[in-house]
Design a protein around this ligand. Structure first.
Ligand code: A3P
Length: 292
């Protein structure tokens, strides 16, 4: 275990957020109680985690669809390795929804019996980089960078929570046959939210009425989530002083292609070279522009 970094805790080659990670979970992964009907949202940071937490909780629970439950979105699908609000996982009734940024090789071994459903949401890494740059500058628990050039280097070196983006997605993709996993992109969700929710429902073997489907889609739009304090981390920012200057918001832009406003031509070309080298033989589709 490497504890030298102020913000990161490295365990078995993977960087966790140091102050939040629950080492009793991470070090005893195979002893965690996992149920056959558990569902895991797996993401690299800044790839649409809270969005997917919102969607899945709306699909599964009527009380969220009709707003009779007043639970924050992150608590509806708690982070497995961070368990931010120290929820007793054993007390959550089935079906439980969890979120995680874990790499494929750190999840409990029992995942390989292919019962647990895993939804892997990925986002084009230039937008991940852009989102992460702003987020790191906003959050007191992450290291700030003065320029996107500095952050790009940090990101490409994997010196961030989640480690190297390429390793994360390659690992999960190359080992996909070991798991019951579906891959979906942030951009596909953005382009066709209803169609994406339908695909997710089909993977989860959940059938919703038209009316329920409308309720899910309506409450999962960026605008709706941005104005809903349960879904936009407002509570954490205000009550827990998680942010450096109260200037930014967790739900920032929610678009595809914002990287074009941040990367120079040179940075973009460098990124493309690294992307092409690292993503050879990974046939996942990437959308870099909303008009593609
Ligand atoms: P931006 O910073 O580009 O706006 P995560 O939850 O994995 O940390 O990802 C956060 C990113 O997802 C942020 O991206 C956030 O705005 C975006 N996001 C959250 N909810 C969204 C929604 N309903 N539609 C589109 N993007 C959303």
């Amino acid at each position: 275990m490497d504890n030298q970094d102020e913000y990161l805790l490295n365990f078995r080659g993977y960087n966790f957020e140091k102050t939040l990670v629950k080492m009793n979970i991470v070090e005893n992964m195979d002893d965690q109680e996992i149920r056959d009907d558990d569902v895991f949202i797996v993401t690299y940071p800044k790839s649409g985690t809270i969005w997917t937490q919102q969607i899945l909780s709306l699909i599964y629970f009527e009380g969220h669809r009709n707003n009779t439950e007043n639970i924050q979105t992150i608590d509806r699908a708690p982070f497995f390795e961070y368990n931010n609000h120290n929820v007793d996982f054993a007390k959550i009734p089935s079906p439980r929804i969890f979120s995680t940024h874990l790499p494929y090789y750190l999840v409990p071994k029992v995942f390989k019996n292919k019962k647990v459903k895993i939804l892997y949401i990925y986002r084009n890494p230039k937008d991940v980089l852009t989102s992460y740059f702003h987020y790191s500058n906003l959050m007191v628990i992450l290291e700030a960078s003065n320029t996107i050039e500095t952050f790009m280097q940090t990101f490409l070196d994997g010196r961030v929570v989640g480690s190297n983006w390429f390793d994360h997605i390659r690992g999960w993709y190359e080992h996909r046959h070991d798991f019951n996993i579906m891959f979906m992109s942030y951009e596909d969700m953005k382009k066709d939210l209803r169609g994406s929710v339908l695909k997710i429902c089909s993977f989860l073997e959940k059938e919703l009425s038209e009316e329920d489907m409308d309720a899910v889609v309506r409450q999962a739009t960026f605008q709706n989530m941005k104005s809903d304090p349960r879904a936009n981390y407002d509570y954490n920012q205000k009550v827990k002083n998680w942010t450096r200057n109260n200037q930014g918001t967790f739900l920032r832009k929610g678009t595809v292609g914002d990287w074009k406003h941040h990367l120079t031509v040179d940075q973009n070309e460098r990124f493309d070279r690294i992307f092409n080298r690292n993503m050879k033989n990974i046939p996942l589709k990437f959308i870099w522009d909303i008009n593609e």
